[in-house]
Design a protein around this ligand. Structure first.
Ligand code: FUB
Length: 458
């Protein structure tokens, strides 16, 4: 039994909330520590991943996942794009903490901390991997305490100089060389600059634990917008708020600006920011613990749209279940859409293999997928889906709600005893215009089928 199927009844008000909820943005896995990256008209969000089963009531994290969106409401699951197994030299099976990815000259650099083993880097020719380890050892060497080397954040300035900031409870940076996998060893202490932690720069410490000298705690997110350098971070010790500081240069001096996310009942004891501008809007990513019904080691990534004030300051942002209200693009249903492109789902998981890539699995009767802002234009008369029948069942295709008007029913029946992927087709009502689309799964006992992709034909 999929653990999410047990937890979903706990999750808010079920059907009612699911029709309006957009947060968390992933319901098939627990995801944390969001790191958004805009590339080629898409937002990619790299996340850490809290396992469904927690070991020793602590962070249980083995790999890093990636999701992408063209419209900020439907998210395509690219699976686990990297894991601790990418590092052959590493003798660790847990500790895949907060990542961030950046593109330079057509290559993608994924900076990752392994808890207790410092910060490393992986490289790929594609934003969704495969990633490989270019060094065979950690990136940040000669650190005085690898236990504090977590939460890397990377940014390339207008002059081409790349910076990597990180740290809990102190803050450090290196100036990355153009190859992005080494750094200038002539500055700071063997290349590592320790940022001066004072109340003017990072606020007064509220943690009162003797370790956190200022309000800065961890999870920095570093970027520049309209000549202001921003460092947004988890603050206030445990439980964490989100605060930020600004500076006139990439190296400071930093000025504390206060909180941008306070506490709310469904937030976890940690929080972790990521901010991007996309298609003219600004988005704030963070994580909460709503999907797990309140377990701080089972977190989920959420996102809110916000607007900067005229002076560049960031307003207080409220964490909501509704999340992003409006898509910034419509989804085209007349070309192949991966089944794992989801605005909201209940009861499902994704898996992947070499032949099919990522697919939707754990499909039982009553589960469903919602896809938002689907533009049927002048009408669609046929639906086709690539599926792997297991016990077999049906897909009810509905508009605008789980119980909305029925466009058609696609039977996914098992033929023969072998498992194999096939295409199934059904006629649909000739519906027009932009709608939310619901696939509601119906069948008997056990798993019904797996789903690869779908499309409508005119
Ligand atoms: O996800 C593990 C740790 O929790 C991260 O490194 C911190 O930022 C906090 O979110």
């Amino acid at each position: 039994m999929n653990i999410n199927k047990l937890l979903f009844p706990l999750f808010s008000l079920g059907i009612c909330i699911s029709n309006i909820a957009q947060n968390p943005i992933v319901q098939t896995y627990y995801t944390a520590d969001p790191a958004p990256m805009v590339h080629n008209g898409k937002v990619y969000v790299y996340t850490s991943h809290d396992e469904d089963t927690t070991v020793n009531n602590f962070f249980t994290m083995f790999d890093w996942r990636c999701y992408s969106s063209d419209d900020m409401v439907n998210w395509t699951d690219h699976g686990a794009v990297a894991s601790l197994k990418n590092f052959e030299w590493l003798d660790k099976t847990n500790g895949a903490w907060a990542p961030q990815c950046i593109e330079r000259n057509g290559r993608f650099y994924l900076y990752v901390p392994v808890h207790g083993e410092g910060i490393s880097v992986l490289v790929s020719d594609s934003p969704t991997g495969p990633f490989h380890d270019p060094l065979g050892h950690r990136l940040i060497v000669d650190s005085e305490d690898v236990w504090t080397d977590i939460d890397p954040t990377v940014f390339i300035d207008d002059d081409g100089q790349a910076y990597l900031y990180w740290g809990n409870p102190s803050l450090f940076y290196v100036k990355l060389n153009e190859d992005m996998i080494s750094y200038d060893r002539t500055i700071g202490k063997n290349g590592i600059v320790a940022v001066e932690m004072n109340a003017e720069s990072f606020g007064e410490s509220k943690a009162k634990d003797g370790k956190h000298l200022t309000n800065y705690t961890e999870g920095p997110w570093f970027y520049k917008r309209n000549d202001i350098y921003y460092l947004v971070y988890a603050a206030g010790g445990i439980p964490e708020y989100i605060a930020y500081s600004t500076a006139p240069t990439a190296e400071g001096p930093w000025t504390y600006q206060g909180y941008i996310m306070e506490r709310a009942p469904h937030l976890a004891f940690t929080n972790h920011p990521g901010i991007v501008d996309f298609k003219g809007n600004s988005y704030f990513f963070y994580h909460d613990q709503d999907l797990s019904g309140g377990e701080g080691f089972k977190r989920s990534v959420s996102v809110e749209q916000f607007e900067y004030n005229d002076d560049g300051s960031i307003p207080l942002i409220t964490p909501t279940k509704e999340g992003v209200k409006e898509s910034v693009a419509n989804l085209n249903p007349f070309k192949k859409v991966e089944a794992e492109t989801i605005a909201w789902s209940e009861g499902l998981k994704t898996a992947s293999n070499d032949k099919t890539g990522v697919y939707v699995t754990n499909v039982d009767g009553g589960d469903f997928i919602k896809v938002r802002s689907v533009d049927f234009k002048q009408g669609a008369e046929t639906f086709t889906v690539r599926a792997e029948p297991l016990n077999g069942g049906k897909i009810e295709i509905r508009l605008d709600s789980k119980n909305g008007s029925l466009l058609g029913v696609c039977e996914i029946t098992k033929t023969g005893s072998e498992r194999n992927w096939q295409t199934f087709t059904t006629r649909t009502d000739n519906h027009k215009g932009v709608h939310d689309l619901f696939f509601v799964f119906k069948g008997g006992e056990g798993e019904l089928f797996n789903l690869d992709y779908w499309e409508f034909l005119k």
